[in-house]
Design a protein around this ligand. Sequence first.
Ligand code: URA
Length: 210
Amino acid sequence: MSEHLTVVDHPLVQHKLTLMRDKGTSTAGFRRLLHEITQLLAYEVTRDMPLTTTTIETPMEEMESPILAGKKLALVSILRAGNGMLDGVLELIPSARVGFVGLYRDEETLQPVQYYFKVPKNMNDRLVIAVDPMLATGNSSVAAIDLLKEAGATDIRFLCLLAAPEGVARMKEAHPDVSIVTASLDRELNEKGYIMPGLGDAGDRMFGTK
Ligand code: URA
């Protein structure tokens, strides 16, 4: 992808996002909407996947028909909120391999610390799509991409639901080669690192932990 940031302004995406932002939306509703919106965003993040052709026979005649060209996909969830986006992408690309990155924030240094990392083999041969609904400060997202690159990944995209300008700038500075696809570029971060106007804590809203 050539653009560093793509905001998907499709009306269905924007409509579903409004429902997700609304604090009156239930946990079940939030989860279902995240699933649906992820499918639409996945369509965009895979838009330029390379095609080749194969020879098939329709009931009418033989034809050369487009088919995805080989490059295998690794979908990586940044725990825990990324898990809410996995199934939406997997429904479109069922053969994708799946990895997980777990990071927590050290309360003293405020730096992300890894507690879990498991990704498919041969990351260097794969298109890697990292998923996390919220690109806020960018600290954990950048750290997750650092780890994916250490594991060999060279072709990485970051798929999120909302992005803050601060997070986009941080990602661009640390990983200019990683393109971001999102449903919205929101106004700013507040003093606690929440995206404004945002939708609150995505993990709490999807898992009902608040
Ligand atoms: N993570 C969230 O879940 N929400 C925010 O607004 C920022 C980070």
